[in-house]
Design a protein around this ligand. Structure first.
Ligand code: SAM
Ligand code: SF4
Length: 323
C-alpha cells in the first residue's frame, strides 16, 4: 500500500528478540543490558497473526532481525510458520552469523531465501574488538555455507573511523570472487553509536573507486531496502551503499518494523506508533488489527530526523528496535 507521501510500503522487519550473543560497540553496551522477559515477547502465534494481516496491505516480504534472531529458541520453526503463510513470498534474515554456523541448510529447508550477515572487518583482532565476543572464523564459515547453499548473501559493514577503516577494501574484495553483495551502512547515531564516529559514505565510495576502478551502477542487484549497488570491473558480486545520514534514504523507504514486544514502528528514529501485543492480548479481531495497521502505515513519518531534535525521538538501542 502507499503511505500519505506516496511511498509504496512492501516489507516488514520483524525483530524477534532484543538479546544477542555479541556486544557490537555501535549497538549494545558491554554490560548492564536488561532484556525483555519471555512473557513480554510476542509468541510465534502472535507474530504469525500479525504477519497474516500484511499481504492484503501489499506487504509480502519479511526479514527476521533482532538482537540476534538466532538466539530465539526454535527460530527455524518460526521461519517455517511464516513460510507457510499465504502471500508471504520472501523470507530473509539479518544475523551476525555465529549461531547459524552448521544450520544454513536447515534454515533454507524451513523457507529462508536470503541472509544478510554482519561482517565489519576481516581482521581477527578488529572483529573481536568491535563485537567484544565474536570469533571471525565462525562467521566466515557461515558465509561459505550460505553461498554454497545458494542463498542470496549480503554482507553488512559499518565503517567506523579509526577502527575498521583500513580493512574496508579487504572486505569489499570478497565480492570480487563470490556472488555476494558487500554493503556499507553509514553509522546511525542511535544509542551506543552516538559515541563513535562514522566514515562518510562518499569517502568509502571513493576509496572503492581508487582500489577497484570504475564503479558502474548495478541495476540487476536489489535488496529489500534502500541500498544502491555498483559492480567494479571483474567482480562477480557487487558493492552496496546505504547512506543513512549523508544521503538520506527516507524518500524511498518501503518498510515497517515490529519490535520483539509487539510495537509497530514506522521509522527507526521515531517512537512506536502502536502496541500490537496489547491489541492481540485484549482479543481484537483480525479485521480491526489490519485496519489499525493500515491507518498507521498511512501516517508513516516522512523523515528519520536523525539530525533534528524530534519530540518523539527513539531512545532505545539498535538491538531493541531491530537494525
Ligand atoms: N544481530 C544481527 C546482526 O548483527 O546482523 C541483526 C541485528 S543488527 C541490529 C542489524 C544490523 O544493524 C547489523 O548489520 C548492524 O551492523 C547494524 N547496526 C547496528 N547498529 C547500527 C548503527 N548504530 N548504525 C548503523 N548500523 C547499525
Ligand atoms: Fe548483536 Fe547485531 Fe547488535 Fe552486534 S549488531 S550487538 S550482533 S544485535
Amino acid at each position: 500500500m502507499l503511505d500519505r507521501n506516496g511511498r509504496s510500503i512492501e516489507y516488514v522487519r520483524l525483530s524477534i528478540t532484543d538479546r544477542c550473543n555479541l556486544r557490537c560497540r555501535y549497538c549494545m553496551p558491554e554490560s548492564g543490558v536488561t532484556s525483555l522477559r519471555h512473557e513480554e515477547l510476542l509468541t510465534f502465534e502472535e507474530i504469525v497473526r500479525i504477519v497474516k494481516q500484511l499481504p492484503p496491505l501489499g506487504i509480502h516480504a519479511v526479514r527476521l532481525t533482532g538482537g540476534e534472531p538466532m538466539v530465539r529458541r526454535d527460530c527455524m520453526e518460526l521461519i517455517r510458520m511464516l513460510h507457510d503463510l499465504e502471500g508471504i513470498d520472501r523470507i530473509a534474515m539479518t544475523t551476525n552469523g555465529i549461531l547459524l554456523k552448521g544450520r544454513v541448510a536447515e534454515a533454507k529447508e524451513a523457507g529462508l531465501q536470503a541472509v544478510n550477515i554482519s561482517l565489519d572487518t576481516l581482521d581477527k583482532e578488529q572483529y573481536a574488538y568491535i563485537t567484544r565476543r565474536g570469533r571471525l572464523e565462525e562467521v566466515m564459515e557461515t558465509i561459505e555455507e550460505a553461498i554454497e547453499a545458494g542463498l542470496k548473501v549480503e554482507l553488512n559493514v559499518v565503517p567506523l573511523k579509526g577502527i575498521n577503516e583500513d580493512c574496508l577494501c579487504e572486505v569489499a574484495r570478497l565480492a570480487k570472487k563470490a556472488p555476494v553483495a558487500v554493503r556499507f551502512i553509514e553509522l546511525m547515531p542511535i544509542g551506543c553509536a552516538r559515541t563513535l564516529e562514522p566514515v562518510p559514505l562518499d569517502q568509502v565510495r571513493s576509496r572503492m573507486n581508487q582500489a577497484f576502478g570504475e564503479l558502474r551502477e548495478d541495476t540487476a542487484t536489489h535488496g529489500l531496502g534502500p541500498a544502491t549497488y555498483v559492480k567494479p570491473p571483474g567482480f562477480i558480486g557487487s558493492l552496496g551503499f546505504i547512506g543513512a545520514i549523508t544521503h538520506e534514504f527516507c524518500g524511498s523507504c518501503n518498510r515497517i518494523r515490529i519490535t520483539p514486544e509487539g510495537k509497530l514502528k514506522l521509522c527507526l528514529n521515531h517512537q512506536p506508533a502502536m502496541d500490537l501485543r496489547e491489541m492481540l492480548r485484549h482479543g481484537c479481531e483480525d479485521s480491526e488489527l489490519r485496519e489499525k495497521i493500515r491507518e498507521a502505515i498511512w501516517n508513516k513519518p516522512l523523515h528519520h530526523g536523525f539530525l533534528e531534535k524530534l519530540p518523539d525521538r527513539e531512545e532505545r538501542r539498535m538491538n531493541q528496535i531491530g537494525g
